[in-house]
Design a binder for this molecule. Structure first.
Ligand code: PGA
Length: 253
């Protein structure tokens, strides 16, 4: 049985005051949900605020981005080792906003994944198709291509130290959630692709769903057999909503 995981991705939102109150609420629900893991992924300048507000809570601390390089003349970048030293446990790689707004290719995403692993961080590898790709029937090919780029760079066995997140781009921040059946179909596809390398590993790897998850739809998404929790954007900025989502994961855990 895979333990559910709920991660709140704050994106580029909030102030230090907000960060403190969101983190305190998340730390409280993390402590109250014994059957599920809970984490928050703040802007990197708020890591210290979240750490202070969640002291002695099991809350996971995440980062939204990581450099594809170890160290050196890369102005504006933050390395995986720096994140690890700052208490970060997991880092998003391949989020669709990084792929689309910042033009990160599969190769760059795979480099970031490798750096994260090397620093002892858990990469949260995001996979997902755009609306145009879904409409022309390319969902499976896109998701499998994104997964394969990481397997080529780091090997399938590396997935035992990673978390996957299926995030259809058309569902992110749009209020348009994938139906539980649509999510399950792609999650099962991802799991069966991993099973071709290692059946045991495929049964253990956690695959989160992301894209307009709310308190009102979390339970039915998390009830799908291959959905192991959620990557939550907008609803993670509203403590009551994030709380409800974490409790839905805990029920199912
Ligand atoms: P959303 O974002 O929940 O606001 O759709 C999800 C994400 O981008 O991870």
């Amino acid at each position: 049985m895979r333990r559910k995981l709920v991660l709140g991705n704050w994106k580029m939102n909030g102030s230090r005051v907000d960060a403190h109150s969101w983190a305190a609420a998340a730390a409280a629900v993390a402590a109250a949900t014994a059957n599920a893991d809970v984490g928050v992924i703040p802007p990197v300048v708020f890591l210290d605020v979240v750490r202070a507000a969640s002291d002695s809570s099991p809350l996971w601390l995440g980062a939204q981005n990581v450099a594809a390089y170890d160290n050196g003349a890369y102005t504006g970048e933050v390395s995986a080792r720096m994140l690890a030293e700052s208490g970060v446990r997991c880092v998003l790689v391949g989020h669709s906003e990084r792929r689309q707004v910042f033009g990160e290719s599969d190769v760059v995403v795979a480099e970031k994944y490798v750096r994260a692993l090397a620093a002892g961080l858990t990469p949260v590898l995001c996979l997902g198709e755009t609306l145009e790709e879904r409409e022309r029937g390319a969902t499976d090919a896109v998701v499998l291509r994104q997964l394969q780029a990481v397997i080529d760079a780091a090997g399938a066995a590396s997935l035992s130290d990673a978390v996957l997140a299926y995030e259809p781009v058309w569902a992110i921040g749009t209020g348009r959630t994938a139906s539980p059946a649509q999510a399950q179909e792609v999650h099962a596809l991802i799991r069966s692709a991993i099973a071709k390398h290692d059946a045991m590993l495929s049964s253990l790897v956690r695959i989160l769903y992301g894209g307009s998850v709310k308190g009102s739809n979390a339970a039915e998404l998390f009830a799908q057999s291959d959905v192991d929790g959620g990557l939550i954007g907008g609803a993670s900025l509203v403590p009551a909503d994030f709380d409800a989502i974490c409790r839905a994961a805990n029920q199912d855990g």
